[in-house]
Write a protein that binds this ligand. Structure first.
Ligand code: PLP
Length: 400
């Protein structure tokens, strides 16, 4: 069936009655997806540049993922890690082989959970408490991950947070060196700050951070929750700079849409102490089956190269529009942000009317996270809709 028996308005009203209230909801109900397209309850089609907030790098209902989930769901869904499992064993070795450094892997269920685990592992491995993160960094909303997140609107209602976290300006190696002290366990950084405004690390920054960490005996934790799994044009964004962190944090598209996270710990740190951490659902066979299928598709269909080529085209096309409302177009691969001279929210609402779903990244940035399998003709449609909406003066009354 292409759409629902209920209307958008009926579903929105039903959901509004009992939902937590935490989410700023869009005025439509999504009921189906295929490739880079989503369908609302009344059959209207949208090009999806939200991409499951980064969890849908392979688009919606990719046949290889659907088959893997269907087959595994008939065999075994739940199996805690105290029992070895065939699908998990296979996935651990396949992911380890795909990583750009030798590693052991902890499996969990989300980005924030993976960040929490990485923070705990850094403290465990060094015996020190200090974590240095970056200004405008985003690492999730649980208490440890939130302590590493920069934005005060996420942090302030929940103070006091976990102690011994500090923040330095992203891109500034001198400030980082000054911040490292005898109590520092680790530095935590994103290769491209996603939520913080789509800001790729300046050239040489990540290599410089790695050097500083090595020189001071501090661990390097790289958060690739948003940049991982081909988003930036490489399977992992660290491949652009050739660094090998102590800990790599993964989630979002790892299992092509099923909830999953992973923490890869450099082999030189050896196995972690038994019982130091854990998760009931972590490494469950259903997520592992989806992740195995996803990794195969990433590699077989050369998704990273597709993301690089499509991203380059879209970045250039958006820059060539030379829209007066746009301050800067930036990004890496298909993680693209348009920094506007006014708030992005009204334009995101207008894009929806033009059949394109997009995201903010901070107040002034319009972020595009399309599935990496998006077709050229769909990208052209996105570029046309952006040109139309950002050329219209009716959405930007609150120019800065
Ligand atoms: N780290 C980064 C870089 C993210 O972008 C996000 C989510 O957007 C997270 C961590 C948190 O992931 P989750 O929402 O799965 O907890």
């Amino acid at each position: 069936m292409t759409h629902s028996t209920l209307t958008n308005a009926e579903i929105i009203a039903q959901e509004a009655q009992y939902t937590s209230g935490l989410y700023p909801k869009r005025p439509l109900a999504i009921v189906r997806g295929e490739g880079a397209r989503l369908y609302d309850a009344e059959g209207r089609v949208y090009i999806d540049c939200v991409g499951g907030q980064g969890a849908a790098n392979l688009g919606h209902c990719h046949p290889a993922i659907v088959t893997a989930i269907r087959e595994q769901s008939e065999r075994l869904i739940s199996c805690p890690e105290i029992f070895p499992n065939d699908v998990r064993a296979a996935y651990l070795s396949e992911l380890a082989a795909a990583l750009p450094f030798p590693a052991r892997i902890f499996l969990c269920n989300s980005g924030a959970e993976a960040v929490e685990a990485a923070i705990k592992f850094a403290r465990l491995l060094t015996g020190r408490p200090g974590i240095i993160a970056t200004m405008r960094g985003f690492h999730g909303r649980t208490m440890g991950a939130l302590s590493a997140t920069w934005e005060s609107k996420y942090r302030e209602p929940f103070l006091p947070l976990v102690p011994e976290f500090s923040h330095v300006p992203f891109g500034n190696l001198a400030a980082l060196e000054k911040a490292i002290g005898p109590q520092t366990a680790a530095v935590l950084v994103e290769p491209v700050q996603g939520e913080g405004g789509v800001r790729p690390a300046p050239a040489g920054y990540l290599a410089g951070v790695a050097e500083l960490c090595a020189a001071h005996g501090v661990l390097l934790l790289v958060d690739e929750v948003q940049t991982g799994f081909c988003r930036t044009g490489k399977l992992f964004a660290i491949e652009h700079s050739g660094i090998a962190p102590d800990i790599l944090i993964l989630a979002k598209s790892i299992a092509a849409g099923l909830p999953m996270g992973a923490v890869a710990i450099h082999e030189r740190h050896g196995p972690l102490p038994t019982g130091a951490h854990g998760s009931t659902f972590g490494g469950n066979p259903l997520a592992c089956a989806a992740a195995r299928a996803a990794l195969q598709v990433y590699q077989r269909e050369r998704i990273a190269e597709q993301a690089a080529a499509k991203g380059e085209w879209l970045l250039q096309t958006l820059r060539d529009l030379r829209l007066p409302i746009v301050r800067e177009v930036r990004g890496l691969g298909l993680l693209i942000g348009l920094e506007l001279k006014s708030r992005s929210q009204p334009y995101i609402a207008a894009l929806l009317e033009h059949g394109v779903l997009a995201l903010p990244a901070g107040p002034n940035v319009l972020r595009l996270l399309p599935p990496l399998i998006i077709e050229r003709q769909e990208l052209e449609q996105v570029a046309r809709a952006i040109a139309t909406v950002l050329s219209s003066s009716s959405h930007g009354q609150d120019q800065e």
